[in-house]
Design a protein. Structure first.
Length: 264
């Protein structure tokens, strides 16, 4: 009996160390590695009150995405979103990025990784932007952490010269398939030093984070959200830039995601 229990525990440990999750966080993007090259499709639904952009749409949001490992430490990440506003009306937004690990990555999924990314987006009001991202992550069998610093240059004279968005996610493993933790997002951080920040000021969100990734399934699930509040305020009416957080008043946002691994 002891030998059987020991064998089961060893098997669970091996599954835990080898498992790689395509998109464990809802607001923080991680790069993929070549340990298990695969392509993933995901769908996420969100609901927000007095929010828009990075934190979610002010109403019901639907997002479809694709994420894949391109080889040589490159990751493709692209999304298309449709929003049904609380006040009525339908809008859409798209973005696409290519990330490249500069430190770590390759065929090694555990340990420290540092990467950069570039891409483009079209927001809810049809304004185009160039985007870049710095990605930091540290993965172990029992816990993982990922952080993003995103820079956005909107091609519109009424927008900020440069927008700063940061996010951080941390999860620890409670079982071979279950991770729980926290996720935090800071949006339009230039509001801390610009009184006329175009999206209304710097906004923050901190909330619980959950990821379920069964080792023998093509599906994985993530859930996150929480209160959205202003850290600073400007006198500018917020634009329709793609933001995880956004609003003219404090609000809240929740998002759930289903990820499908095409080749697992």
């Amino acid at each position: 009996m002891k030998r059987i229990l020991l064998s089961v525990l060893i098997g669970l440990g091996l599954n835990a160390s080898a498992q790689q999750t395509a998109q464990p966080f809802l607001y923080t993007v991680n790069s993929l590695t070549g340990q298990e090259p695969y392509w993933n499709l995901h769908y996420s639904g969100s609901y927000g009150e007095r929010t828009s952009g990075q934190f979610g749409y002010d109403g019901i949001g639907q997002q479809f995405g694709v994420k894949g490992y391109l080889g040589n430490r490159f990751t493709l990440y692209a999304t298309a979103s449709v929003g049904f506003a609380n006040r009525g009306g339908v809008a859409s937004a798209q973005q696409a990025e290519v990330l490249r690990d500069l430190i770590g990555g390759g065929k090694i999924s555990e340990g420290f990784r540092l990467g950069v990314g570039v891409g483009a987006s079209r927001d809810w009001s049809n304004v185009k932007s160039a985007i870049s991202r710095i990605v930091l992550s540290f993965d172990q069998s029992k816990w993982r952490a990922t952080g993003n610093l995103r820079f956005e240059k909107a091609f519109d004279s009424e927008r900020d010269k440069l927008d700063f968005i940061s996010s951080l996610g941390f999860q620890c493993r409670l079982s071979p398939a279950l991770f729980v933790g926290l996720e935090a997002v800071g949006q339009d951080l230039e509001g801390f030093w610009e009184a006329d920040e175009a999206e209304g000021g710097a906004k923050l969100m901190v909330g619980p984070s959950l990821n379920i990734s069964p080792s023998n399934s093509k599906l994985s699930f993530s859930l996150s959200g929480g209160p959205v509040f202003y850290a600073t305020r400007s006198n500018i009416i917020p634009s329709d830039a793609i933001r995880e957080l956004g609003a003219t008043t404090n609000g809240y946002s929740f998002r759930a995601l289903v990820n499908f691994n095409l080749f697992k």
